[in-house]
Design a protein around this ligand. Structure first.
Ligand code: B1M
Length: 217
């Protein structure tokens, strides 16, 4: 598609303006022209929501705008999600992952993107949702015989809950049976090392790269 960067800017602008109809219309235009859905997500929708987040952080916009933009982003992700999942070529399962946003945190867009991209890459993904209790991660890992527990958070306030889950996995005696990967805006490699996680994913594509190394497949 000619002028892809203009196209991504146009997608981003629909999020900034909280214009759901324009967003869906613009996404469909791109998909019809075979623009990569993951690129639309990261360079278009992602850019728009980041702009709104920065404006919110600096007091240029307020919670209603943040909520409105997040709604548009979610609708947009749902349109792209199907295409991203369908792009998975692998049939044989590469492993089972339970994923969720940790207790106290209701941000679900990034976690859902990571889940969709892992699924597209052949992993069986059990999405526990948002505000997930520590014990729920442990129970789900046991019930689903998961190979990996994946945790997301966007809040500095809740980041420590990732370490708590790792502690609970140890107490349940299953820490050596499951790998742990963590990610989300405030999470760093240093933090992941500090709490004893096996890996840190910078973004969805990085999460897949790390997962391949972790599960050796
Ligand atoms: Co909130 N919010 N928010 N928010 N929000 C942030 C995170 C914030 C940085 C905004 C700001 O102040 N500039 C700030 C956090 C500050 C901090 O703690 N450091 C913040 C705040 C303060 C809050 C509230 C407390 C606001 C309030 O109520 N006063 C509140 C939280 C309530 C709670 O959770 N208890 C709140 C609420 C909300 C909304 C509900 C309005 C909405 C979320 C809607 C939803 O998710 N359904 C929202 C949004 C949209 C944002 C921003 C603008 C965007 C987040 C997003 O969806 N990004 C965000 C600012 C920002 O990020 N610039 C902000 C797009 C998404 C694709 O990216 O989630 O980063 P992201 O995921 C990426 C990577 O991080 C990574 O891969 C993903 C794909 O590339 N990744 C992983 C994520 N998880 C991973 C896991 C992995 C690997 C990679 O392995 C397991």
């Amino acid at each position: 598609m000619a002028g892809q960067s203009d196209y991504f800017d146009k997608v981003a602008q629909t999020v900034v303006e909280c214009d759901k109809d324009a967003c869906i219309r613009t996404l469909k235009e791109g998909l019809d022209k075979k623009v990569d859905p993951l690129e639309i997500l990261e360079k278009g929708l992602g850019k728009g929501i980041k702009q709104v987040g920065d404006d919110f952080g600096s007091g240029k916009c307020f919670l209603p705008e943040l909520i409105g933009a997040a709604d548009v982003m979610k609708e947009g992700v749902a349109v792209l999600d199907e295409k991203i999942k369908a792009s998975g070529k692998t049939r044989q399962s590469q492993g089972k992952i339970v994923i969720g946003t940790v207790k106290g945190d209701i941000h679900d867009i990034g976690k859902s993107v990571v889940a969709a991209v892992l699924q597209a890459n052949g992993y069986d993904v059990v999405d526990l949702g948002i505000d997930v209790e520590d014990a729920t991660f442990v129970k789900a890992a046991q019930e689903h015989k998961a190979n990996c527990v994946a945790m997301s958070t966007l809040l500095t306030l809740t980041i420590q809950n990732m370490g708590v889950v790792i502690q609970k996995l140890k107490e349940a005696g299953i820490r050596n049976q499951v790998k742990v990967i963590v990610g989300g805006a405030p999470v760093t490699q240093e933090f992941a090392d500090g709490i004893g996680a096996d890996a840190f994913g910078h973004d969805a594509a990085d999460a897949v790269r790390k997962m391949k190394v972790l599960l050796g497949r």
